[in-house]
Design a protein around this ligand. Structure first.
Ligand code: BMP
Length: 261
């Protein structure tokens, strides 16, 4: 069962170089924390990335909410990723046919494939979305997560939809390395997927807009997921982001140590 193995042991099971490097990074940095940096100014985003950088394994962006996006933002974020040793995950949630997502991933204003180590996609369009993204991403050593479930109340991503999504991931294991999910699924034939879970908070349980926050221990220990994704719990309400990131890093890591014990 992959949940009881260390991130380092599991890194050896991955053929995708980014997934391998990511699991090694988590172990080296003792962090399974991803910060969801949903900020609308370039300055604020860079400032947050620099503050939380020492505590995270992954910076999750929504690059299209940044009012003053430019190439310099990308250059600065990639420099911070090097400085603090984290990876970047553009939470693009692609959802179109293969040919369109190829263009959206490689081109346009954001050129996501050129800088984002990891991105993600819905499986609503069917298999072609993975094939399209894979054509662009694989030659650049990028990798993909599929949204198998969501954290929001009333999500339609459940049951057969989730099961079929896992089947699709198994078919493209060289590029699809994990899921956005609320729990770990049963391994089959030596599967090792990376499970990333948003909707995590230590102090609040909902935001009044459908978001549902769970405790890091519930996510990592009880539900067997690998990465906690935390946004407003770290930077919201004037919080001291570095202090909160340290707190979440410790909560996530302790739950992981308890799980693999
Ligand atoms: P917060 O911790 O502030 O609620 O932020 C959660 C982040 O995770 C947001 O960036 C959101 O887009 C993302 N997310 C989510 O909340 N639920 C999902 O099911 C999938 C997501 O990507």
């Amino acid at each position: 069962m992959s949940a009881s193995k260390s991130y380092l042991e599991r890194s050896k099971l991955h053929s995708n170089p980014t997934a391998k490097a990511f699991l090694e990074l988590m172990e080296r940095k003792k962090s399974n924390l991803s910060v969801a940096a949903d900020l609308t100014s370039k300055h604020a985003l860079i400032e947050l990335a620099d503050k939380v950088g020492p505590y995270i394994c992954l910076l999750k962006t929504h690059i299209d909410v940044v009012d003053d996006f430019d190439q310099d933002l990308v250059d600065q974020l990639t420099a911070l990723a090097k400085k603090h040793d984290f990876m970047i995950f553009e939470d693009r949630k692609f959802a179109d046919i293969g040919n369109t997502v190829k263009l959206q991933y490689s081109s346009g204003v954001y050129k996501i494939a050129s800088w984002s180590d990891i991105t993600n996609a819905h499986t609503v369009p069917g298999e072609g979305i993975i094939q399209g993204l894979r054509e662009v991403g694989l030659p650049l050593n990028r990798c993909l997560l599929l949204l198998a479930e969501m954290s929001s109340a009333g999500t339609l991503a459940k049951g057969d939809y989730t099961t079929t999504t896992v089947e699709l991931a198994r078919k493209y294991k060289d590029f699809v390395v994990g899921f956005i999910a609320m729990q770990r699924y049963e391994d089959r034939d030596g599967d090792d997927f990376i499970y990333m879970t948003p909707g995590v908070g230590l102090d609040q349980t909902s935001d009044g807009l459908g978001q549902q926050w769970k405790h890091p221990r519930e996510v990592i220990y009880d539900r067997g997921c690998d990465v906690i994704i935390v946004g407003r719990g770290i930077y919201g309400n004037g919080r001291d982001a570095a202090k909160e990131a340290k707190r979440y890093q410790e909560a996530g890591w302790n739950a992981y140590l308890e799980r693999i014990k």
